[in-house]
Write a protein that binds this ligand. Structure first.
Ligand SMILES: CC(C)(COP(=O)(O)OP(=O)(O)OC[C@H]1O[C@@H](n2cnc3c(N)ncnc32)[C@H](O)[C@@H]1OP(=O)(O)O)[C@@H](O)C(=O)NCCC(=O)NCCS
Length: 183
């Protein structure tokens, strides 16, 4: 099996935010940012795997700060984790006010990309060489995220899930449970 460093597929892009990218309140549209993030995730995963990739999932998209028209957005992407055919690409988004030089952290997200061959079959990707504390931490955080997602799926997607078991728990939330009698 081959192993590759994180640096060998690390990429970044910068783009000036245009008025055509804004929403009704004059800020940059979140969907436009997600589109750019998907492109950089594809670039980073394709570089690591040397294949085409598809987006399997996107985790944690918190828009921490709005982005204004005229700001320079920079996205940095690196491989955080590899499985057999999947890779988690971590992306950090920052925007810079060109006149003041102020930089804001706008978003950090994790895209899971799957490597594909020409026939659309998932293919094995190279292993990852981690060579500092941050890289080890990011790999471990990805493992935790994957385990948490699996346990959530196991709890709620299993055949024997019963909503009745959770009704008491719901009493502490702002929700009225009005089920039909036979439900
Ligand atoms: C994602 C996809 C390739 C998975 O295919 P699959 O037949 O379920 O493949 P597998 O079960 O063999 O899984 C392949 C890998 O993807 C991972 N994976 C599959 N679904 C996933 C999900 N929802 N989230 C995270 N990882 C996922 C698996 O864990 C596995 O990883 P590993 O090989 O590193 O262990 C398939 O569901 C797909 O093609 N989805 C559509 C992708 C697409 O069109 N994206 C663009 C959206 S518009």
């Amino acid at each position: 099996m081959t192993y590759k460093t994180i640096d060998s597929s690390r990429i970044s892009i910068s783009q000036l935010m245009q008025p055509s990218h804004s929403n009704f309140s004059g800020k940059i549209h979140g969907g436009y940012i997600l589109n750019l993030m998907d492109q950089i995730a594809f670039g980073c995963a394709s570089k690591h795997s040397e294949t085409y990739c598809v987006t399997a999932s996107v985790e944690t998209v918190d828009f921490l700060n709005p982005i204004e028209i005229g700001e320079l957005v920079t996205m940095k992407a690196s491989i955080n984790y590899v499985g057999r055919t999947s890779m988690v690409v971590g992306i950090r988004v920052e925007s810079e006010n060109i006149r003041t030089g102020e930089v804001k952290h706008c978003n950090s997200s994790y895209f899971t990309m799957v490597a594909k061959d020409d026939d659309g079959n998932s293919v094995e990707v190279p292993g990852l060489i981690v060579n500092d504390k941050t890289e080890v931490k990011r790999f471990l955080k990805s493992i935790k995220r994957i385990e948490t997602k699996k346990s959530r799926q196991k709890e709620f997607d299993s055949e024997d899930f019963s909503h009745i078991d959770y009704l008491d728990e719901l009493k502490q939330y702002r929700v009225k449970v009005e089920l039909p009698d036979n439900y």
